[in-house]
Design a protein. Structure first.
Length: 253
């Protein structure tokens, strides 16, 4: 297959380097990734400044482009202005850290997969449940995706859906397999910390809360990944609350 690979950790991140090396064993890879880290940019696009790119060397890729924009920019611009042949699939990652539960709202990694779905292509986001670069864990996550890629590319999904995969930080013998599941809620101890050199500037910092969210059952990505499962969650950018529509129809506006 012809695969477009992007991410939000940046063109030189270890995760995307491992992903391309592994996927290139069987597929033709084109890379269109941000010039630098764009974590937490969600589905933003570059409107208020110009977008530029440059061709660059990337091990194991047929072609590679460094985009001075967001992950969604990379997919939209990559397919619309760079690639000579449209991809069969778009893969985003491998992200340094999980994209489970509420992380999905903010994730540039998932947004790249969403942009692919929006444009009519299969989009897959891949993340590991560990902050910091772990080449062995990246490799196992990439090998897992490679082994299932044809199946995941062919499965029927709604036009507005992408696949969000998270790989647990367990040793290989303790991985309990892959499971298709829903997204849960992942809360953080969000804190805005004043900059040491300028009290008028703040940095957002925080850690995942260990307490289970009241809406999380055992059958969601947040809880299952803690038990050693690889989670696969179909996610959609359709933000309509259909139950609320029925409720609103019952009142006079």
């Amino acid at each position: 297959m012809n695969i477009l690979v992007s991410n939000d950790d940046g063109f030189d991140a270890a995760g995307i380097r491992v992903l391309v090396a592994v996927l290139s064993k069987k597929h033709n890879i084109t890379v269109a990734a941000p010039d630098s880290e764009r974590s937490g940019t969600s589905h933003s696009l570059t409107f208020h400044s110009f977008l530029r790119y440059e061709k660059a060397e990337f091990p194991h890729a047929k072609e590679a482009y460094k985009i001075y924009g967001t992950p969604a920019d990379c997919v939209k611009f990559g397919m619309g202005n760079i690639m000579r042949l449209k991809p069969d699939i778009v893969v985003s990652g491998i992200n340094r850290g999980p994209n489970i539960g509420s992380d999905i709202m903010y994730s540039g990694t998932v947004a790249a997969a969403f942009e692919a779905a929006y444009l009519g292509f299969r989009g897959i986001a891949l993340s590991i449940n560990k902050y910091g670069d772990d080449i062995e864990l990246y490799t196992r996550a990439a090998e897992f995706l490679l082994s299932r890629l044809e199946v995941l590319a062919a499965v029927t999904l709604p036009h507005n859906a992408a696949l969000n995969i998270n790989y647990p930080d367990f040793i290989e013998s303790e991985i309990k397999g892959a499971v298709v599941t829903r997204a849960g809620h992942q809360d953080y101890s969000d804190l805005y910390i004043a900059d040491e050199r300028d009290a008028g500037r703040f940095w957002l910092r925080g850690e995942p809360l260990k307490e289970r969210h009241k809406h999380n059952g055992d059958d969601c990505d947040v809880e299952l990944i803690k038990k050693g499962f690889i989670t696969i969650t179909p996610v959609t950018f359709d933000t309509t609350d259909f139950e609320a529509i029925d409720s609103l129809k019952g009142i006079k506006l």
